[in-house]
Design a protein around this ligand. Sequence first.
Ligand code: ADP
Length: 152
Amino acid sequence: MSRIAIFPGSFDPITIGHEFIIRRSATLFDKLIVGIGKNSSKQSMFDIDKRLQWIKDSFINEPNITAIAYDGLTVNFCRAQNANYIVRGLRSFTDFEYESAIAQMNRKIAPEIETVFMLTAPEYDAIASNIVRDILRNGGDVQQFLASGVRI
Ligand code: ADP
């Protein structure tokens, strides 16, 4: 049985912190699908096609990494993709508190799906898409924080 994992998020835009988690977790699975959730309550800065293309371009040389946009519950998307793992990245204790609540709820509704946490590298633990968006809104240069395929 092949091991398929989903790395869900908004990726608005995808950062080098996301890229680190994706590259490292892709070594643990046969296939890693980066899932862009469409129904987030968050208002996005970049449209879904752009976010999807940036992810695809970042991992163009990695045949086991793909990107797909989805609607609805992440666990339902996992089931539709035959994925038994959800990967989430952890930067801080605040991330852990938020992520553990989601993972426990997901376990209740989909016990066959395992959430796997991966720690970020210290140099990426302050990198967050929302801060990148704030810098952009104020005319700053964010290139150093973005994944390799992003063209803003
Ligand atoms: P969400 O809107 O679901 O929080 P994000 O796109 O912000 O989605 O993040 C998706 C995942 O990436 C989450 O697990 C988040 O903790 C993780 N993540 C975000 N930034 C970093 C980073 N700098 N290092 C490691 N993981 C990160």
